[in-house]
Design a protein around this ligand. Structure first.
Ligand code: HAM
Length: 416
């Protein structure tokens, strides 16, 4: 039986033929995400993968609501698999913010579910690194987040030649929208048109924009002007002070599809425009208030980076290491009368922190040796009579024989 369309199996290396996803690549990505997020002082949190449907219907905006994996549970509750993490974290912060000193810097690596039309870079399930700052209204928080986003991508060996952060502002667009005295409550409809501009038919976009009193040419002129607002200037100056100016550019085509953004917004793209967005985020100062029914008013900003586009990009740029099994030692059981002694040795080595494997059941010695090689073992060990161990270093084929007590110090001294 196959997995559902848009879902993935993650296999260990070496990968089977075809379009297999690598569990080792996923681990590698999560590891780098975690290391860099912690380097910036972000703390780990997590939430439930199933939430009340209501959490999304009023807060995320049409696009995502149309993609929900929602159902009625056995208790008659309208629920949904989480399509994004932001409403969950806003709910969690609203409920427990008093307990924490501000600003909060939190990160998570959730698996998310969106019933999207399957295409390159878009699946029905994906993982995201989410990093968010709560309780800081200053653009310094936006800049800190963008710096983190840049460093996350640099941690995979990507450079300013590989990617760029396209920086924009909902405030700038809100001001533009209100030039015609438009009703601010209708701004989201307008933002949706701007969000789709790059992919939509220009004639259709023009017709829709005219309903709001604008023409496509006017919009294009505003985008091409690309003048940073004071707010964006502060973000740019902050990033320049960190030496990160080369990684960002003002680009008003970015507005973000989600409903809750209120200020600085941005998306990370590969420089050649070959892939979908690698990451996206921005400020959302009203969401905590909305989720808490007006109880807690707290500024917030954050972004998320998905694993799907990132994996495609890292493959394309040959920035993924080669993965394989690697054992410190494979314990050969050449004589079954010494299996108990071999198990004793395996246990001692594992207790000491070594990565060790052995044949679970009787196997021909040459097969065992082959298995040790395939598993990338640095050494093979074999318990001989009288608690003596034969140690072979596979790379050089050099052999020594040591008493049992000598094995751990020997492996420690000759680890790599
Ligand atoms: P988003 O732009 O919907 O933002 O998603 C962020 C990233 O997740 C995208 O740039 C993309 O890499 C990845 N992604 C999204 N949907 C899919 C999909 N169907 N398949 C594969 N990858 C996907 C958010 O989710 C916001 N909640 C981010 C945020 C956090 N804003 C503030 N804090």
């Amino acid at each position: 039986m196959e997995h559902l369309p848009g879902f993935r199996d993650f296999f260990p290396e070496p990968l089977p033929q075809g379009e297999a996803w690598s569990a080792a690549v996923r681990e590698h990505i999560f590891g780098r995400w975690q290391t860099v997020a912690r380097r910036y002082g972000f703390q780990f949190y997590d939430g439930p993968p199933v939430e009340p449907l209501e959490l999304y219907t009023a807060k995320s905006g049409e696009e995502i609501v149309g993609q929900l994996y929602n159902f009625v549970d056995k208790g008659g509750r309208a629920v949904s698999l989480r399509p994004e993490m932001t409403p969950t974290v806003a709910r969690m912060v609203a409920a427990r913010e008093r307990h924490y000193k501000k600003p909060l810097k939190w990160y998570s690596i959730p698996q998310l579910f969106r019933y999207e039309r399957q295409q390159k870079g878009r699946l029905r399930e994906h993982f995201q690194l989410n990093a968010d700052i709560f309780g800081e209204a200053d653009t310094a928080a936006d800049a800190e987040l963008i710096a983190l986003l840049i460093d996350l991508l640099r941690a995979f060996g990507l450079t300013a030649d590989d990617f760029v952060i396209r920086l924009s502002s909902r405030n700038a667009w809100q001001d533009f929208y209100q030039r015609r005295g438009n009703d601010p409550a209708k701004a989201y409809d307008f933002f949706q048109i701007v969000d789709k501009l790059e992919r939509a038919d220009p004639v259709q976009s023009d017709i829709k924009l005219r309903e709001h009193g604008f023409t496509l040419d006017e919009l294009r002129a505003f985008i091409q002007g690309g003048e940073p607002t004071d707010e964006l200037r502060r973000v740019l100056d902050n990033l320049a002070a960190r030496g990160l100016a080369d990684f960002v550019k003002i680009d008003y085509t970015v507005i973000r599809g989600l409903a809750y953004y209120t200020g600085v917004v941005y998306e990370a793209f590969d420089r050649h425009g070959k892939f979908r967005a690698i990451a996206g985020g921005g400020r959302y100062d009203q969401l905590v208030k909305l989720v808490s029914g007006g109880q807690v008013d707290m500024p917030a900003a954050g972004f998320a980076m998905g694993d799907v586009v990132l994996t495609e990009l890292l493959k394309d740029r040959a920035k993924l290491p080669t993965f394989g099994e690697r054992l410190d030692a494979y314990v050969l059981v050449e004589d079954e009368t010494r299996r108990a002694a071999s198990l004793g040795l395996v246990q001692r080595l594992r207790d000491a922190g070594f990565v060790v494997d052995l044949p679970l059941t009787p196997m021909k010695p040459d097969k065992q040796f082959k298995r040790a090689q395939e598993a990338g073992a640095v050494h093979t060990l074999c318990v001989l009579p009288e608690s003596v161990v034969r140690i072979k270093r596979l790379a050089t084929r050099a052999e020594t024989t040591l008493p049992l007590e000598g094995v751990i110090p020997h492996l420690q001294a000759n680890g790599n």
